[in-house]
Design a protein around this ligand. Structure first.
Ligand SMILES: C[S@@+](CC[C@H](N)C(=O)[O-])C[C@H]1O[C@@H](n2cnc3c(N)ncnc32)[C@H](O)[C@@H]1O
Length: 273
């Protein structure tokens, strides 16, 4: 389905010359060409005329949603959004270290707070959103909720992003600034972790609820790609399989993997409820 103009945008803004014709707000990306064009959400938005490409060396005066950010996007960034819209870095997560962050970006570089991806490549994975999800999250948090939904109508799975994240997105959109978002996010994660641990203890305590343990399947936990043939998902798997260089790295890897496992389980629990 192609995007429609919602006609609901009445913000005070300064978008002259930046608006792609097919979407009511200016969206942009630096495209590093790492990804399979058929599986890439940024490329899809570009084909649909919803986003424009920026050159390396060109800065953006809107909200730059980037792993290079230091604080989360918040409603306080609305003024930046209304000056230049939002932009993302279209690249592979596995090659993020190769991005020349000093040559892209802008004055308002922001992380996203905790949210869960629902795209087919990273479904259920926290923090690692694709470009469309990242832009939609940014729009929603700064107050363009209808436009965020409109953008995601371009993807078959787009509604799932709001099914899973709406409660959190509303919490963030009600915050005053980045500090409040950090507090709310921390609270939410602590509550979720506590209820996950409680649930796990209950399940483990009640052995009769687990069936015949000898017949339990072995679950490979790190598999993010399994059935997907997409280039980026294969990169993700390769990234996980890279050799470990020294014991410090190996300790850090182990800690990160433990963290990842915990959050993946927490998310699984959340998706079931
Ligand atoms: C790494 S690319 C992967 C894009 C993917 N190939 C696709 O199909 O859209 C995703 C981009 O979305 C933004 N993004 C996603 N999750 C983010 C987060 N938690 N914090 C900041 N930026 C994020 C960043 O601009 C990031 O570079």
């Amino acid at each position: 389905m192609g995007p429609r103009n919602s006609g609901k945008f009445h913000g005070k803004h300064n978008f002259k010359g930046q608006m792609p014709s097919k979407f009511p707000l200016p969206l942009a990306m630096w495209d590093f060409g790492h990804c399979n064009p058929n599986a890439c959400s940024g490329k899809r938005l570009e084909r649909l005329g919803c986003i424009r490409s920026l050159r390396i060396g060109q800065k953006n005066k809107g909200v730059v949603v980037t792993p290079n950010g230091k604080s989360p996007v918040s409603p306080a960034d609305r003024v930046f959004f209304d000056n230049g819209g939002a932009s993302v870095v279209e690249c592979s997560w596995a090659k993020i270290d190769e991005i020349p962050f000093s040559r892209i970006g802008g004055r308002c570089e922001r992380l996203l707070p905790y949210l869960v991806a629902t795209n087919p490549i990273n479904y259920g994975r926290p923090w690692r959103l694709n470009c469309a999800e990242a832009l939609a999250a940014c729009m929603y948090i700064v107050g363009y909720k209808d436009e965020a939904r409109l953008l995601m109508e371009n993807f078959k799975w787009g509604h799932a992003f709001f099914d899973v994240n709406e409660e959190l997105l509303d919490i963030y959109a009600d915050c005053k600034d980045a500090d409040e978002i950090q507090i709310k996010q921390k609270q939410y994660l602590e509550d979720m972790e506590a209820s996950y641990r409680e649930q796990r203890n209950t399940d483990q305590g009640d052995i009769w609820t687990q069936g015949n343990l000898n017949h339990k399947p072995v679950v490979a936990d790190n598999d993010t790609s399994s059935s997907s043939s997409d280039a980026e998902s294969n990169e993700e798997v390769n990234a996980v399989k890279e050799p470990i260089q020294n014991s410090e790295d190996s300790q850090q890897d182990a800690n990160e993997e433990e963290d990842d496992d915990l959050w993946r389980n927490v998310v699984r629990m959340k998706l079931k409820t």
